[in-house]
Write a protein that binds this ligand. Structure first.
Ligand SMILES: CC(C)(COP(=O)(O)OP(=O)(O)OC[C@H]1O[C@@H](n2cnc3c(N)ncnc32)[C@H](O)[C@@H]1OP(=O)(O)O)[C@@H](O)C(=O)NCCC(=O)NCCS
Length: 170
């Protein structure tokens, strides 16, 4: 059974998130990092993310399958003063062995519900043009806004564009 809950900073959570991020990058996931991602860099990233979550600037959600962290998504809430109604989705990833079971879709729905609870009515995200999760977002009702070419490097090298999406919630 999949249980989704907000994560706070414990050594176990940080190790599980770091393993998840390192694996996602190794398998070509466009989640801001290059392969190979050093464990120290992965830990430092999540330490910063969980500290921001503790300050209420974002929420880091975890999906647990039989108690094991299977996936995560981040809801960014620290928008500028003129965008208090907006949030941003990032760092959606699921363990390779756990993919194809609806975990990412469940994480996205949970993030959208949480955004509404936090008073947000507009969400945005971007995903790699190749190898990203555009089909997943479109299936969840997100609207494609456009594409920026050569936006980032793929984890194993070579430029890739990014596709921008938005969704009204609540
Ligand atoms: C993208 C990712 C999170 C999907 O996780 P998942 O748990 O396997 O996805 P789900 O099982 O919830 O899929 C839900 C639906 O989206 C579809 N889908 C999933 N990944 C997709 C992809 N990369 N492209 C298109 N459609 C996708 C599934 O086929 C499924 O469709 P269905 O409901 O019609 O059966 C996972 O492949 C991953 O971690 N990738 C690496 C990191 C990454 O690229 N993250 C996105 C960054 S923006």
């Amino acid at each position: 059974m999949i249980v989704i809950r907000p994560l706070s900073d414990t050594p176990e959570v940080r190790v599980a998130l770091a393993d998840l991020l390192i694996e996602a990058v190794a398998h070509g996931g466009s989640v801001s990092f290059m392969h190979p991602l050093a464990p120290g860099a992965a830990h430092a990233f999540w330490a910063g993310a969980l500290a921001a979550a503790a300050r209420g600037e974002r929420a880091v959600l975890g999906a647990f399958n039989d108690g094991v962290l299977a996936g995560t998504v981040t809801l960014h809430l620290d928008c500028p003063p003129n965008q208090p109604h907006r949030g941003e989705i990032g760092k959606l990833m699921v363990r390779v062995a756990q993919r194809g079971r609806g975990i990412a879709a469940a994480l996205m729905r949970a993030a959208e519900r949480l955004a509404v609870e936090r008073g947000r009515s507009l969400l945005v995200l971007d995903t790699a043009s190749e190898g990203g999760a555009a089909g997943l977002y479109e299936g969840l009702g997100w609207t494609y806004a456009g594409e920026i070419p050569d936006y980032a490097l793929k984890p194993h090298g070579g430029l890739v564009g990014t596709r921008l999406y938005w969704k009204r919630v609540g």
